[in-house]
Design a protein. Structure first.
Length: 101
């Protein structure tokens, strides 16, 4: 099943993709600016217990997942999965119509 997108649709999809990538870079910038502060506060207040690793690791996982999604490397919920689910819902709706007719 080949989908023919109009010029307007292609522009909208490209603009949405650029926005997703921009949001990822903003998220990464906040991560890179905030974590040195967390590290400094940790080392100045309680150098015996290094808790900044929790922030680096936890937030780092979120950054990696956000990057995978923004750049289209999502292994679980990718475009193929979305298309299969859309087709599945359309088929269910058509089946429901047939049973009521």
């Amino acid at each position: 099943m080949e989908i023919n997108y109009t010029e307007e649709d292609r522009y909208y999809r490209a603009k949405k993709k650029v926005e997703e990538i921009r949001k990822f870079y903003e998220h990464l910038a906040v991560y890179l600016l905030c974590n040195p502060i967390v590290i400094a506060v940790n080392l100045l207040t309680s150098p015996g217990y290094l808790y900044f690793w929790y922030s680096l690791f936890g937030w780092g996982i979120a950054i990696v997942l956000h990057g995978l999604k923004a750049f289209g490397f999502s292994p679980l919920f990718n475009k193929d999965w979305e298309q299969r689910k859309v087709k599945e819902f359309i088929e269910k709706e058509e089946q429901a119509k047939k049973t009521w007719e």
